[in-house]
Design a protein around this ligand. Sequence first.
Ligand SMILES: O=c1ccn([C@H]2C[C@H](O)[C@@H](CO)O2)c(=O)[nH]1
Length: 134
Amino acid sequence: MTDDDLISAAREAAEQSYSPYSRFPVGAALRFADGSVTTGTNIENASYGLALCAETVAVAKAMAEGVRGGLEAVAVTGPGDMPITPCGRCRQVLNELAQLGGTDPDVLCVGPDTVQRVKLSDLLPHAFGPASLT
Ligand SMILES: O=c1ccn([C@H]2C[C@H](O)[C@@H](CO)O2)c(=O)[nH]1
């Protein structure tokens, strides 16, 4: 699974977006050390503030299947002209899984023509996480 494959998986996930309110479909794909990939997309709600972001859905799917570590890379895609960077809540949710497994994943923020690669620790420096509670 190359980075391009991961980006394709995120774009494919966005095709299932339920975003009738924002009309802003987002896709996320998580790649793990064993080569497996878990995807997510944003799921909105008539009570607007209850929207679930694509990255959060992907992390929840993976953890509900028992995954607790090995997060190596994350790709996030959106419909706009700019690369999508995970929102603050999603950074925190991604950090939980990353810190649990002792990894600092690459986050591929995907735009129409460009991909910005950043470390999660650069998106969320000085993170509060499970290690903070020990
Ligand atoms: O990192 C982000 C930022 C936003 N969204 C979704 C939430 C909402 O459904 C839509 C517009 O904000 O995009 C995500 O899925 N991930």
